[in-house]
Design a protein around this ligand. Structure first.
Ligand SMILES: O=CC(=O)O
Length: 328
């Protein structure tokens, strides 16, 4: 019997990469050039494989599923988010296809980055670094680079899943005045352990938060939900943080809300598109700190994500249950 063929669209972190490369039960097809696999190459290389280990950069849609062929058993993405995979196309064309993701293993790293981004935004790291480098650092001045502190502030979580709750656990130590969340489903355990409560309307949620932290999924409902209207409902001087997906935010509306109010500052680890154009007006705003999607980027976490993605793919090609499947 021939060995299952697996497509790997990038070189993984060292331990996980060596695990898949040295698995003698499978035959590996590897895109080893630097950068993301071009879409036409992807469609070509996925043809005839039994499983594919992919990244956020690979769009899985009807074209790709058709190019792959009916023998494809599993798509395993090295990410917890799977908005790059068209669920309607999978349901329509390949309802039997298994999809694997990497939840839990990246929660701590992403929560730590979110807290860091909030602190850096609230305490004006971007302007501070620019001034430290520019030679414009004058005498000590009581009103120099004053920021906002977290203690005593009201923090609102837009989306309150694993990552949102892990951020809330960390921020509890900063003594916020209160923590609220906006989510389609109530989270009674988190409410108990965190003392957080659920706001039932987005108007109330936004109007009651000094700090809004976005950690929800990108879906048809959340795409573009942070726009001129929702920013207009936020408190004057409030802080907006997004470590979920760029598509949740209208970036020109965010630019205007940072320029003319009501927002005080914003910290983004995700943008739409990615990479974010270097000439985008948002990058000129001193009160907007943008990171290049590094939420899960620690060696420990990236190894754990890649390892789980390898396990998902191997399970899929050998007809076993995936350790971390998407349940449609
Ligand atoms: O953004 C990263 C992920 O979804 O894992």
């Amino acid at each position: 019997m021939s060995k299952p063929r697996i497509l790997l669209t990038r070189t993984l972190t060292p331990r996980a990469h060596s695990r898949i490369v040295n698995d003698s039960r499978i035959s590996l097809v590897h895109w080893s050039e630097p950068g993301a696999i071009p879409p036409e190459k992807f469609r070509e290389m996925i043809k005839g494989v039994d499983g594919a280990i992919v990244l956020l950069t690979e769009k899985i849609n009807a074209d790709v599923l058709q190019a792959a062929g009916p023998q494809l058993k599993v798509i395993s993405t090295v990410s917890v988010g799977y908005d790059h995979i068209s669920v309607p196309d999978v349901k329509r064309l390949r309802p039997d296809l298994k999809i694997g993701i990497t939840p839990d293993v990246l929660t701590d790293a992403t929560a730590e980055l979110t807290v860091g981004l909030l602190l850096a935004t609230a305490r004006r790291f971007k302007e501070s670094l620019d001034i430290a480098k520019s030679g414009k650092w004058g005498d000590w001045n009581p009103q120099f680079l004053m920021g906002t502190q977290i203690s005593g502030k009201s923090i609102g979580f837009f989306g309150f899943g694993r990552i949102g709750q892990a951020v809330a656990h960390r921020l509890k130590g900063f003594s916020p005045s209160r923590m609220t969340y906006f989510s389609p489903s109530p989270k009674p355990d988190a409410e108990k352990s965190l003392g957080a409560f659920r706001e039932s309307s987005i108007e109330q949620f936004l109007g009651a938060s000094d700090i809004v932290i976005v950690t929800c999924k990108l879906t048809g409902e959340t795409r573009g939900i942070f726009n001129a209207k929702s920013f207009g409902l936020m408190r004057p001087g409030s802080i907006f943080i997004n470590t979920a997906r760029g598509g949740i935010v209208n970036h020109m509306d965010l630019f205007r809300a940072l320029e003319s109010g009501p927002l005080g500052s914003a910290g983004l680890d995700v943008t739409d598109p990615e990479p974010f154009p270097a000439d985008h007006p948002l990058l000129t705003r001193p009160n907007c700190l943008i990171l290049p999607h590094i939420g899960s980027a620690t060696l420990e976490t990236r190894e754990a994500m890649a390892d789980l993605a390898v396990s998902n793919c191997l399970a899929g090609v050998f007809g076993e249950e995936l350790p971390a499947p998407v349940h449609f």
